[in-house]
Structures are given as structure tokens and as C-alpha cells.
Design a protein around this ligand. Structure first.
Ligand code: DX5
Length: 231
């Protein structure tokens, strides 16, 4: 089976944005060359933070043609999934830890016309997604504990990234299923994550704190990830 590897994608978490200028930030991210926009949706229950409802996301939909993905850090993803698709999110990421019936939840998302993805918190083993790889277009391996930006990268997640990549390859889904990482991704950590097998890399602080600006940050991160990513 030839392994057709999906391309490296650099995507921002919108979490660190100055929310008084959210629309301008979305336009600036598009102009900086990101591949998609990730919205960190938090319900104050699954994680101790509260962020974007579907109406906020919908208010920025017309500002860019970039794909939107909603990272649903919420206790009840089934309840709100339809609203986030209607808001303009092409991909919904649910946490395995929040889903009593993960297989059914992912199927429901696909029936809504979105692509489905599953996220694993640092303590959750890769085996939790072994039986749903046929339903997703991405597995997100969290490299921080979810809820806040600006946290330190948990490098002990790299073996799990490699394990998930190996599971996808063994299932013959290398050209279908992405591996995403989120949390503490920056110039010093992106190579380790990409070398382990991640091809979609989410950065928040590292993008918005770059003194040379967003475009420079995106370019540098993409170059570092491409250099490290092994087929
Ligand atoms: C955690 C959040 C953060 C954010 C990225 O729930 O998902 O990981 O997206 O933040 P940085 O890049 O600042 O770690």
C-alpha cells in the first residue's frame, strides 16, 4: 500500500486573539497564509473556561474562505453539533472523553454534512480511537491539558502521536486521516511533533506573540514542520 501522506497544515487557535478585534484577526490570519481556522469551543464544564458560541463563529464566516473547524471541548457535543455546522464549521472535533457513544456521535456529525474528528486528552490512550478511524478525517492528540492557551508543550505525547500515525497507516488510511496536535506548538516544539507524525499543527501563542508578525510566524512554523515531518 503506497502511503500517500497528507500535507503539512499550519492553523491558528483563535483563543489568544484580542476579541474586540476578532473580525480583523480572522482577515489577518487568512492574509498570513494559515490553512484553516480552529475555534476553541469551551463550555465551562468539560474544561474550566468558556469561549465561542456558534453565533460568534457565524459572524466571521463571510470574512474568509478558509475552512473552519470547531474544537468542541464540551461535555455534550451531540447537543450543539448542528449549530456549529450551521455556523460554518466544515469539521467538528469531539473529545473521546466526552462521548458515551463516540461511534454514534461521529456518525451524527457526518450526517450533518461536516467531517468528523476526535481529540485525545493527554491521559487518554491512542487505543480509544482504534475502532473509529473509518469515521474520521483527523485525530487530534492534545499536547496540553485543554482549557487555556499559553501552556507548556507536553513532549511525552510524542510516542502517542507516533502510535496514532502508525494505527492510521496500518488501517491503510494514511491519505485520508490527518494527525493534529494542539498546545504549546512553537518554533522549539513543532519539529518534535511533526517528526512524530503530526501533519496539522495548531498554534496560538506562538503565532500572536511573534514580534516579526503573523506571516513570518506561519512561514517559519511551516518550514520547520515540513523539514521534520517523515512520510
Ligand atoms: C487548549 C487550547 C490551546 C490553544 C493553543 O485547550 O486548545 O491549546 O488552542 O494555545 P497555545 O498555542 O498558546 O498553546
Amino acid at each position: 500500500m503506497t502511503c500517500v501522506t497528507l500535507p503539512i497544515q499550519i492553523a491558528p487557535s483563535v483563543l489568544p486573539v484580542d476579541f474586540s478585534k476578532l473580525g480583523e484577526a480572522i482577515v489577518a490570519l487568512d492574509e498570513a497564509g494559515v490553512d484553516l481556522i480552529q475555534w476553541d469551543v469551551m463550555d465551562g464544564q468539560f474544561v474550566p473556561n468558556l469561549t465561542f458560541g456558534p453565533d460568534i463563529i457565524a459572524s466571521t464566516r463571510s470574512l474568509t474562505k478558509l475552512p473552519f473547524e470547531a474544537h468542541l471541548m464540551v461535555l455534550t457535543p451531540d447537543v450543539m453539533a448542528k449549530r456549529y455546522v450551521e455556523a460554518g464549521c466544515q469539521r467538528l472535533i469531539v473529545h473521546a472523553e466526552a462521548c458515551t457513544h463516540l461511534h454514534r456521535t461521529l456518525g451524527n456529525i457526518r450526517e450533518l454534512g461536516a467531517t468528523a474528528a476526535v481529540a485525545l486528552n493527554p491521559a487518554t490512550p491512542a487505543s480509544a480511537v482504534a475502532d473509529v478511524l473509518d469515521l474520521v478525517d483527523m485525530v487530534l492528540v492534545m499536547t496540553v491539558n485543554p482549557g487555556f492557551g499559553g501552556q507548556s508543550y507536553i513532549s511525552t505525547m510524542e510516542p502517542k502521536i507516533a502510535e496514532v500515525r502508525a494505527m492510521i497507516r496500518k488501517a491503510g488510511l494514511d491519505d485520508v486521516v490527518n494527525v493534529e496536535v494542539d498546545g504549546g506548538i512553537g518554533p522549539k516544539t513543532i519539529a518534535g511533533a511533526a517528526a512524530a507524525g503530526a501533519n496539522v499543527l495548531i498554534a496560538g501563542s506562538a503565532l500572536f506573540k511573534e514580534p516579526k508578525g503573523l506571516k513570518h510566524a506561519v512561514t517559519e512554523l511551516r518550514a520547520a514542520a515540513n523539514a521534520a515531518f517523515k512520510n
